[in-house]
Write a protein of this length. Structure first.
Length: 217
């Protein structure tokens, strides 16, 4: 029997990000239980970052620029399968569990996470050219202080929030300006989130699992 692979399950345009950007640090939150749901998210079979080849090349350029400035990239999430987004949506609609609320959405009720745009029913991450990241100081080995942690769903996490200190704001702008110079566009509610301007799959939401074994044949 011939099995025809649908575009959504075809990883041929993707790479393991660390193969292209060897200096990155990875903390893939949705593989762990330390995320806004509190469980490993569906589709995350390995704690590795996958992305389109085009995004990997653009991130390598941005990483080289940041290295000169004494910083390294720390990746929280890149490609996110559509099944993971479905997990988010079902949790928001049906699941009464709010055990991670104090850490990730202390000011909001679950339904507001969707209304305010922090969680979408279809994610740009599933198109393979979106990244969530922060910066590490190469001298100290510590993350730069961005004024709020990754996935804190709050107005404090808006990139232009002036509720943070000047140093925290400048750290955000260092990340944002570097990413924009290298072909990425930010969003207005999360300082860590960037999508490649000329993404190769603007209309395809992929659903193969996050695992290097699907890419390394």
């Amino acid at each position: 029997m011939v099995h025809i692979k649908t575009p959504e399950l075809d990883p041929s345009g993707f790479v393991v990000l660390a193969d292209y950007v060897p200096g990155i640090i990875q903390e893939i939150r949705y593989y762990s239980t330390y995320n806004f749901i509190g469980d490993r998210i569906d589709g995350y079979e390995e704690p590795c970052a996958l992305s389109t080849i085009e995004m990997a090349r653009a991130l390598k350029s941005a990483a080289n620029e940041l290295n000169v400035k004494g910083c390294r990239m720390k990746i929280f999430d890149t490609y996110r399968p559509a099944r993971a987004v479905k997990h988010f949506v079902l949790w928001g609609i049906e699941d009464q569990d709010i055990r991670m609320k104090p850490y990730f959405y202390p000011e909001l009720v679950k339904q507001e996470l969707f209304q305010k745009g922090y969680i979408a029913s279809k994610s740009t991450h599933s198109r393979g050219s979106t990244v969530d990241l922060t910066l590490l100081d190469m001298r100290t080995g510590k993350e730069l202080d961005m004024g709020s942690p990754f996935d804190l769903f709050s107005e404090l996490s808006h990139p232009d929030s002036r509720a943070v200190t000047e140093e925290q704001y400048q750290n955000r702008m260092l990340l944002q300006k570097t990413m924009v110079r290298n072909g990425f566009k930010p969003i207005d509610c999360e300082w860590w989130h960037f999508t490649l301007e000329d993404e190769p799959f603007p209309d395809t939401y992929f659903d193969f699992p996050v695992s290097s074994k699907y890419l390394r044949k």
